[in-house]
Design a protein around this ligand. Structure first.
Ligand SMILES: N[C@@H](CCC(=O)N[C@@H](CS)C(=O)NCC(=O)O)C(=O)O
Length: 200
């Protein structure tokens, strides 16, 4: 299988961590995309032209990251990262959606901040910061993050936090949200996290 991604995509990181945790690292050929000049392969494989995109050996293409994650989780009998128990599953999917939403807001702030100051959409930045605060508050009380059983919610949240630290390093969320900070500190010790640290 080929995974089209970038070295810093938090959505790509989430599915790479899942593959590593499932023992499937060697089944994935990572193809590094340049999003400023997307490859023909990416454009023809995913109508959204986004990473991550997974291309199976039979040519079938799978996107976007929640679907890639579900596919990877189905590939072997190692413990499921997306639980099969209905209530647990809904919660893990919900917390993963929060993590993905935080990533989207962090990307929006990063791109606004990259513009000249007079061109920045301050209302958009303010709204994104507000949503990030709401999500941090939610995660501060979220039990699935401390579950002994590894799950996709933990992976998605860790990928989102890794991206926030990479792109919005001065956000300073750690002091305000000590439970989330503790979770991230512990989770970052995993090999799968170390192997997938975002790079420019
Ligand atoms: N909902 C998508 C979001 C993926 C996404 O936003 N990927 C970014 C890179 S982190 C991308 O491909 N950006 C290029 C573009 O949107 O044109 C997913 O979960 O896979």
């Amino acid at each position: 299988m080929k995974l089209l991604t970038t070295l810093r995509s938090p959505f790509g990181r989430k599915v790479k961590i899942m593959a590593i945790e499932k023992g499937l690292e060697n089944s994935l050929e990572i193809i590094v995309e340049n999003l400023q000049e997307k490859s023909d392969l990416l454009v023809k494989s995913n109508p959204l032209t986004q990473v991550p995109t997974l291309i199976l050996d039979n040519g079938e293409c799978i996107f976007d990251s929640p679907v890639v994650a579900e596919y990877i989780d189905s590939l072997n009998d190692s413990p499921k990262l997306i639980p099969t128990n209905f209530n647990e599953r809904i919660n893990v999917l919900k917390v993963s959606a929060i993590a993905d939403g935080m990533t989207e807001q962090a990307i929006a702030v990063f791109f606004e901040n990259a513009k000249a100051e007079n061109l920045r959409d301050q209302a958009k930045i303010k709204k994104a910061h507000g949503i990030l605060e709401n999500c941090f508050k939610y995660l501060e009380a979220e039990k699935s993050l401390t579950s002994e059983k590894l799950n996709m919610a933990q992976i998605a949240v860790a990928s989102a936090l890794g991206y926030i630290n990479f792109r919005l390093a001065d956000l300073g969320w750690q002091a305000k949200y000590p439970n989330v900070a503790k979770f991230f500190e512990e989770f970052s010790k995993r090999d799968s996290m170390k192997k997938t640290e975002p790079r420019v």
